[in-house]
Design a protein. Structure first.
Lengths: 332, 310
């Protein structure tokens, strides 16, 4: 088992290298030099100053050397300085040690995604199981229709509609940010509710799409498993239906789901660009969007790499979960 | 079984699936709307009318007007052409790349396979939306219009109304970041088909690799590729509208469902019609393609025919 894990970890290294190579390549598709963004805003800049700037960023060297230098720095998680006006280190903008944990961008994005994943898991699996055990009933048809609509629903449109309904017309929930302006003057209970009420809409929206996919997948897995011989045997020996479904069938139908959860990580992280932007959440997705708009190239490279590392970690966790759940892999 | 008989069986199965037929009707209807846009839309999509700004739906403007007094219905009708052309071209690019890489990978195996599979893993590990945004940020839209595309493709694209560099950019970027699924699918088909006796027979007769790949194996893996392409169009329409909604997709004044929704967000407190109608159009379009794709998949899968005969 340790060997298997070590092998998986080793396999991640070339993938990681490839990711950095692609990130680097994309940035160099841009016409001109990254420093143009800095010099464009300052028409009075002299050619000498320009050259000096290029030297600082190593842009006077061949691309391969630049890649090597960049790689050497990111191994130490040093992504350089942001190109935006504040000039702060990229890492500090993503993970600001001076701020409380709850306000760090990476933590916010991570927690939101984790929360959505837990909700997807908790809601989709029961739906999938029950619609499989009640195949072709009204309930099954309703959930199947819901799934089709869920697949087709643009998440940002759902967000807009909910913001309109709950934020504007009913005025029940806040629609922007993670806490209110008067947060610091609230009591402890007030603060907790304030945080929670800001989370309801974003978490609902970001888990909605995944809900459809996972419950559909769970349903078809379950349908397949129920038809297996060992389930018939369990029934034949007189076990109550609940025990057959939840002890014998459920566990085996759950296995492929673990892989699916791992695979859904890049989609969730990527999706955070959309809903963090809509709901004004100060996470990594929002930062990425702002960096794209200002062509802040060190920032973009940094976030691309970190997003990919998170994805790989998600896959690794899924592998681990799979191993814990499936004795056949464990004993290998 | 003869070809004609198989086709009849397919149609019979397809017609029985009411949802799939509904999907097909939606898809054909959208296509007609896009093609007939100049005749269907009551106004020109870019007619600015300063006297009728942000008006709610009325008889004159069934879906209301936007912040420049433009008719939303007309903009949505023209927007359908843009959404669909983005969907088709992006999926065309993705399918072409996926088929070539999948075929090479599955047919030759060995180190080409290992390299291509690793490349797919890498592409899948970068959050898709991050990748798309990064490419859009750094690729100058001009390169597609100057010389990035083959002439014949450019000629076709120029015939579609309102194609500007921002739209070309979106098409290519979505295409370049969504081929991985097709590649895996085609690879799997090749792995299972290349050991079949008819392929071995063709080899024994001295057929070239290219001939075997295209004439014998690719032909037989087209059905699942078609299904994934139809589902891919739905995905591309969703991505395009999300990008346009974020303001980095189709650029105004070119109309797109996504960029009308962006206006909806900016006017969320006063103009619900800007948010409701375009989103509904996206939902229906994606639903249509999904239903059609899944319907075709069910109708061509012989395993599903068997189960029903019992």
């Amino acid at each position: 088992m340790v060997l298997y894990l070590a092998k998986r970890l080793l396999e991640m290294i070339p993938t990681l290298l490839g990711i950095t190579l692609i990130s680097f390549f994309i940035i160099h598709l841009a016409p001109g030099k990254p420093t143009d963004i800095l010099t464009e805003l300052n028409p009075k800049i002299t050619p000498e100053a320009r050259e000096r700037l290029e030297k600082i960023y190593g842009l006077d060297k061949p691309v391969i050397v630049q890649y090597g230098l960049w790689l050497k720095r990111i191994v130490r998680l040093d992504f350089g300085e942001s190109f935006s006006t504040d000039r702060r280190p990229v890492m500090e903008k993503i993970w600001d040690r001076k701020q409380p944990l709850l306000d760090r961008r990476l933590f916010i994005t991570f927690m939101l995604n984790l929360l959505s994943m837990v909700i997807i898991f908790l809601v989709a699996i029961p739906i999938g199981i029950t619609s499989a055990t009640h195949q072709n009933t009204l309930y099954d048809r309703i959930t199947t229709t819901g799934v089709f609509i869920g697949f087709a629903m643009p998440s940002f449109w759902l967000a807009l509609l909910l913001m309109m309904l709950f934020g504007v017309y009913l005025d029940l929930l806040p629609i922007s940010g993670l806490k209110s302006m008067n947060y610091d003057s609230l009591s402890v209970a007030g603060r907790i509710w304030d945080r929670l009420s800001h989370l309801i809409l974003p978490v609902f929206v970001s888990s909605f799409g995944g809900l459809a996919g996972l419950s559909r997948y769970m349903r078809s897995n379950m349908l397949e498993v129920i038809r297996q011989d060992y389930v018939t045997v369990a029934r034949a020996k007189g076990l109550p239906e609940n025990e057959v479904i939840y002890r014998h069938a459920f566990r085996n139908a759950l296995l492929p789901i673990i892989t699916l959860l791992g695979l859904s990580v890049p989609g969730l992280i990527g999706g955070s660009v959309i809903f963090e932007n809509i709901f004004g959440i100060p996470g990594m997705g929002q930062l990425f969007y702002m960096s794209v708009m200002t062509r802040d190239y060190t920032m973009i490279m940094g976030i691309l790499t970190i997003g990919a590392i998170l994805t790989l970690l998600g896959n690794l966790l899924a592998d681990l979960g799979y191993m814990l759940a499936d004795p056949r892999i464990r004993t290998k | 079984m003869k070809n004609g008989k198989l086709r009849n069986l397919f149609w019979k199965r397809f017609r029985q699936n009411r949802l799939a037929v509904a999907g097909g009707i939606i898809v054909v209807g959208l296509f007609l709307i896009a093609v007939l846009a100049p005749f269907l839309s009551p106004y020109s999509p870019n007619d600015i009318d300063r006297k009728h700004i942000l008006e709610p739906p009325s008889l004159a403007h069934p879906f209301g007007t936007d912040d420049l007094g433009r008719d939303i219905l007309s903009r949505m009708i023209y927007g359908s052409g843009i959404s669909l052309s983005v969907g088709f071209v992006a999926v065309g690019i993705a399918t072409a790349i996926g088929m070539v890489l999948g075929a090479v990978s599955g047919y030759y195996g060995g180190w080409p396979d290992r390299i291509i599979m690793r490349f797919i893993d890498i592409m899948l590990s970068i959050p898709t939306f991050f990748l798309i945004l990064a490419v859009i940020a750094f690729v100058d839209p001009g390169i597609w219009s100057i010389g990035g595309l083959p002439v014949w493709l450019k000629k076709i694209l120029q015939r579609i109304p309102f194609i500007d560099p921002s739209i070309m950019n979106i098409m290519v970027v979505i295409g370049l970041t969504s081929w991985m699924g097709v590649a895996r699918l085609v690879r799997a088909e090749f792995l299972s088909l290349k050991e079949r006796e008819y392929v071995l027979a063709a080899k024994a007769l001295g057929a070239s690799d290219l001939r075997i790949i295209f004439r014998h194996i690719m032909i037989n893996s087209l059905a699942p590729v078609l299904v994934s392409a139809i589902l891919g169009i739905a995905g591309a329409v969703l991505v395009e509208s999300a990008l346009s909604f974020l303001g980095i997709g189709v650029q105004p004044p070119a109309p797109s469902w996504g960029n009308i929704l962006e206006l909806g967000k900016n006017n969320i407190e006063i103009a619900w019609w800007l948010s409701v109608f375009p989103g509904l159009a996206i939902l229906i379009t994606v639903l249509g393609y999904n239903l059609l794709g899944e319907g075709i998949r069910d109708s061509i899968d012989p395993r599903l025919w068997e189960t029903e005969r019992h």
